[in-house]
Design a protein around this ligand. Structure first.
Ligand code: OOG
Ligand code: MG
Length: 253
């Protein structure tokens, strides 16, 4: 079952076609949804994409309320999803893309066993302001918890801003998300688990329990601090994060 569902969700992502929720005609648990996600990511690796990192989802109340889902989730990032800071993200294979402000960590060394919050900085090479582009493969961007996990947590793109030192205090940084010069959302990094640094122990706990490695160089997205915003071809998106700097991307068709 899991492979058939993995083919369906991967094909939807690859071709940019919305599909009905997998849970509409198949019964699978959240644990089985992670197996579907794993199989679908393996198909990306077979097409030549490479592992780039991991992401957490629903770490802020704003996101849980926006999507009606109430548990932490995690997914995988590949090199093909990354666009350079100040560069262009193409929506050629997107369905209904949205963008959200995040904090990213780059690992200095692999995390191989669960870590505490106070140990987290010693694993970090850099902390960057980041933008994540999410694009549910499901019609109307609607899903159950198991559906969104199977869909690799809507992962579609990410952009990393300037690298900051691992000892930067990030627990309560103001942020402004602008699209075409209009302010879309204001937020604080404190919306992410009370302190985005908590994303590291949480990510390690969840990924390692599943058998997913967190290698040196791995990017970890802590989750969005505000609701996500729809993006369209021609948009210019800029995130200003207090203390960490700015990150931007242009959206093309
Ligand atoms: C799922 C992905 C959630 C976040 O930062 O909370 C996420 C979705 O909202 O479609 O990436
Ligand atoms: Mg996100």
């Amino acid at each position: 079952m899991s492979n058939d569902l993995a083919v369906r969700i991967d094909t939807a992502a690859h071709q940019g076609n919305a599909i009905p929720q997998l849970s509409k005609d198949s019964d699978f648990s959240v644990a089985q949804a992670y197996d579907i996600q794993t199989s679908s990511i393996e198909r990306r690796f077979e097409r030549g994409e490479r592992f780039a990192g991991l992401k957490l989802g629903f770490t802020s109340k704003a996101k849980r309320v926006q999507m009606g889902v109430d548990d932490l989730i995690w997914g995988r990032l590949t090199d093909a999803m990354q666009a350079p800071d100040g560069g262009t993200f193409s929506t050629k294979n997107s369905i209904h893309p949205r963008i959200e402000p995040e904090v990213a960590f780059i690992l200095k060394k692999a995390i191989t066993s669960p870590i505490s919050l106070s140990e987290a900085p010693s694993y970090i090479e850099a902390i960057a302001p980041a933008l994540e582009i999410i694009d549910s493969r499901y019609q109307n961007f609607k899903f159950s918890l198991a559906d969104v996990v199977a869909d690799n947590c809507s992962s579609s793109g990410f952009i990393l801003g300037p690298y900051n030192k691992p000892d930067t205090d990030i627990h309560n940084l103001g942020m402004l998300l602008h699209i075409n010069g209009s302010l879309m959302h204001t937020g604080s990094s404190a919306a992410i688990l009370g302190n985005p640094m908590r994303a590291l122990p949480e990510m390690a706990r969840l990924a390692l329990a599943y058998g997913q490695e967190l290698p040196e160089g791995c990017v970890i997205l802590a989750g969005a601090a505000t609701p996500a915003v729809h993006i369209h071809s021609g948009d210019f998106v800029q995130l200003e994060m207090e203390g960490l700097g700015n990150v931007s991307v242009s959206i093309s068709g």
